[in-house]
Design a protein around this ligand. Structure first.
Ligand code: PXP
Length: 239
């Protein structure tokens, strides 16, 4: 059964809209954990548009499931990660003008930079995952970088419809198979929601799905507890 990492960035987005103290992502993490989340994920972006360093510090103290920090290969944020020691760090590409992370990390084109970041994080005792597109060359480069895990970018799958969606799912399955052959832990995420998560959760040896926007959006309407429990139920195989 795939585990559920709840990304709470957009709780912080609402807080930052008024530059105030509520809603606090720390509250959201506690509620998600109590509802059965297997992990809490946050992205400390360079522009600090939602999650702040203070949030990561408090989450490190209060989250008792896996804490996964998404970050770019950038010196300042790597230093924060090594100091605060999340359980896992997921390296992502970052562009200031993007609404959300738009593509996977290009490990092939940035081998040395990624390798150095992986080494720095692993030396601090942090498990490293690389957020990559479901492309064989990227999986091979991720394995060569000494990262322990990859997170397959499910954005194209999430946006596709009809036969195109089946083709995108096949790419995820193929890349996932290669990753497992190379000994990488297999994670996935981006754009997953209550309608499209099932087939991705069913991919063989899928370890963890990181899901943010759809859970936070539902939580606004029905509460965090129910939103997390409903997503958790969709990740369990029907017996
Ligand atoms: N995984 C990664 C690496 C991400 O950057 C994001 C978005 O922050 C997610 C998962 C979650 O995506 P979504 O909010 O679309 O569920």
């Amino acid at each position: 059964m795939a585990r559920l990492g709840v990304n709470i960035d957009h709780v912080a987005t609402v807080r930052q809209a008024r530059n105030t103290y509520e809603p606090d992502p720390v509250w959201a993490a506690t509620l998600a954990e109590l509802a059965g989340a297997d992990g809490i994920t946050v992205h400390l972006r360079e522009d600090r548009r939602h999650i702040q360093e203070r949030d990561v510090r408090l989450l490190r103290e209060t989250v008792h499931v896996k804490l996964n920090l998404e970050l770019a290969c950038e010196a300042g944020v790597l230093e924060i990660a090594c100091r605060l020691k999340p359980d896992q760090a997921t390296l992502v590409p970052e562009r200031r003008e993007e609404v959300t992370t738009e593509g996977g990390l290009d490990v092939v084109a940035n081998r040395q930079q990624v390798h150095d970041a992986v080494s720095q994080l692993r030396a601090a005792g942090i498990v490293v995952s690389l957020f990559i597109d479901p492309v064989a060359e990227q999986v091979e480069a991720a394995a060569a970088s000494q990262a322990e895990a990859i997170e397959l970018h499910t954005g194209c799958y999430a946006l596709a419809t009809g036969s195109r969606q089946a083709a995108e799912l096949a790419r995820l399955i193929e890349a996932g198979r290669l990753a497992r052959q190379r000994g990488l832990i297999l994670n996935a995420g981006h754009g997953l929601n209550y309608q499209n998560v099932g087939p991705v959760a069913a991919i063989a040896e899928m370890d963890e799905l990181n899901i943010g926007h759809s859970i936070v959006a539902r939580a606004v309407m029905v509460g965090m507890d129910r939103a997390v429990r409903e997503m958790k139920a969709l990740l369990s195989p029907i017996v």
